[in-house]
Design a binder for this molecule. Structure first.
Ligand SMILES: C[S@@+](CC[C@H](N)C(=O)[O-])C[C@H]1O[C@@H](n2cnc3c(N)ncnc32)[C@H](O)[C@@H]1O
Length: 196
């Protein structure tokens, strides 16, 4: 992401920031960081996380479809596994165009269901999911696409199993765990981005 748009000294918006895990990472170099999160328990956790940090970081309640920010107020948007999943996120795209300054960049990170062991579990969990339709959607909107290979690495099998069971319904989780030994899994994701 930094190679595409360096956010040093700029304003970064993390949409669907969850517990705010990524906010301190952006704050290390950005001039201002804003997290937006609709779910009250996660909003509280994100606020708690940033309360311990110095610097201009805030977490606002809101959604991708109605961002609580003025027009042309942000340089970089980041949305990781949050709302921007392809067809159906058009209202959020309209909001990106409103809040991003000219020359700003939006980044979306989402699963690549066409590759990797995790991708095969994802397809099993969502048989109606059509990766080709999602790819066509982003291409039509003028977004670039960078395939990335990441891994889940856990300290032990128990922790790995617990996260697989959070991520998938019992049937899919138990089948995946039965066929997959160890504490880690290869996970293909897509980095999607567009400059405004
Ligand atoms: C899988 S979590 C990812 C959290 C965070 N981005 C991360 O990578 O750790 C999905 C997040 O999207 C949020 N979310 C759900 N609907 C949303 C919407 N319409 N607009 C913005 N965020 C949304 C959820 O509340 C949740 O925090």
């Amino acid at each position: 992401m930094r190679g595409i748009h360096d956010w040093s000294g700029q304003t970064v918006l993390d949409i669907g920031c969850g517990t705010g895990f990524h906010l301190p990472r952006f704050a290390a170099d950005a001039a201002r960081v804003i997290g937006v999160e609709p779910h009250p328990p996660l909003l509280r956790q994100a606020r708690q996380r940033v309360s311990e940090l110095a610097g201009p970081i805030e977490v606002l309640r809101g959604t991708a479809q109605a961002l609580p920010l003025p027009p042309s107020s942000v340089d970089v948007v980041h949305a990781r596994w949050a709302y921007f999943f392809g067809p159906g996120c058009e209202s959020g795209l309209t909001e990106l165009a409103r809040v991003l300054r000219r020359g700003g960049t939006a980044f979306v990170i989402d699963n690549d269901a066409t590759r990797s062991t995790f991708g095969s579990w994802f397809r099993r969990a969502l048989p109606a999911y059509d990766p080709a339709a999602v790819e066509r959607f982003w291409a039509r909107q003028g977004w670039h696409h960078v395939p990335l290979d990441i891994r889940w690495e856990h300290p032990d099998r128990e922790s790995f199993e617990s996260v697989v069971r959070i991520e998938f319904a019992p049937e899919v989780a138990e089948a995946a765990l039965a066929e997959h030994p160890g504490n880690s899994v290869d996970y293909a994701v897509n980095l999607l981005w567009r400059t405004y």
